[in-house]
Design a protein around this ligand. Sequence first.
Ligand SMILES: *Cc1c(COP(=O)(O)O)cnc(C)c1O
Length: 479
Amino acid sequence: MSSHVVAVGPAWTIPGYLEVASGHLTINGADAVSLVREYGSPLFVFSEPRIRSNVERLKLAAQAVERPIRFFYASKANSNMAVLNTVLQTGIDVEVNSGGELFKALRVGFRPNMIIFNGTSKSNEEIDEAVRAGIYAINVDSIYEIGLIEESVRRVAAERSEPVNPARVALRLVPEIGTRSHLGLQTALLTSKFGISSSEVLDAFRRGLQNPDLIHVCGIHIHVGSQTPDVEPFAEAFRRMWEHLLTIHRETGHTLEHINLGGGFPVNYLRDRSQADQLPEHERDMLGANLEPSVVLREALRVARDSARAAAAEHLLDAVTILLEPGRSVIADAGLVLTTVRNIKRRPETGDVWLLTDAGYNLMLSMNNYKWYYHLISATSAGEPHEDSYKVAGPLCDSGDVYFDIERGGRLPDYRFLPNNVQPGEVLALLNSGAYSLAQMFHYNGRPLPAAVMINEKAVAKLIRRRDTYDDLLTNDVW
Ligand SMILES: *Cc1c(COP(=O)(O)O)cnc(C)c1O
């Protein structure tokens, strides 16, 4: 082979990770079709090396700024125990959103001081669990909740008949900043259910500082929303948090230790743009976002630095630790769903060919409720041109279980491009589907939930979730 000949794969390939070998899709060298043969279909496949390199990318971004940065993986994106364990091994921390996620994080080995607990509707039991563990921060979502945490600390002290350390608390704010993401993923608008309004921030802090023996207010938190494609909302949110920190210091003398900028770094779902022009423009910009976390951090710090200089408060900024809560950017493109075509039909009236797969929206809820685009390829014929159009749908007894926008909003392509003459038995792959998929799946239609495997750097697959049996469908029913 002459030296200028470079093997160019399809646009979705990622060298060393997602590739084509002997015509098949391979994941870190593991053959997708063989995986389905061994573990059944549908099947979630995760890449351990990709999770590691996604975290490495974040750590490199942290080196772009001169403030200490701590990453707390948002476990709601995927809280499979092997995924959590891989994240733990990378050395970053974890963010949980429920007592259940807290339980899993502790069980897998995160130490309490590596855990942040968010949530709008925490139960007393959940707060007690966080207080008992003594976690890094409980992010409170309202002024009312501050009182709940104080009561919890009293309860836990009574149960131990000795004083406990004050609970570490951060205040979550609604930053009142719009982004170009889906409305359902935007958490930052005033119509959002999350956080304390900025007009109440000072009151909230005064309230938080009332009983220092019970709670210690250590930080301030925002989350602008998921899949945020632009740098401006992050920078603006950080500037506002910083200015709140300044005000609080001025008004109360209290110095906060950290500013938590939340998650929301986007993932490029349109690495392969062959169907991108069928998406509405704003959807395309959002899904195809290519925003480097280092750019976000640099810009956020630059804006805060200007403000700190103007206020002669650089010493305060120099004391701040920045926390981030990445979920999607750690796990989305490290996972995919393999699904098998089970049925085929023609509609003579429209000329359409329909492929019916075994992966429905019970595995990828976002495809239904946000019309999220997961690029579909043939794993069996990964190297073939994908130029034929098919209607593709899942197995559920619901006409909304389709891979296009049934509401005709045009938010998904009407047809998916696959190779010529796809037949039942062929294995397809929905790429970039590692986040908010496995974590949201459910048993609708009495469908046993699929297995999941993790591939390591030596192409070895390890089972990380057993496929349900029919008996699992009965586990909690009483009759
Ligand atoms: C969902 C969520 C995250 C993670 O968001 P990603 O878009 O997955 O990075 C982080 N923090 C909070 C508070 C969240 O609700």
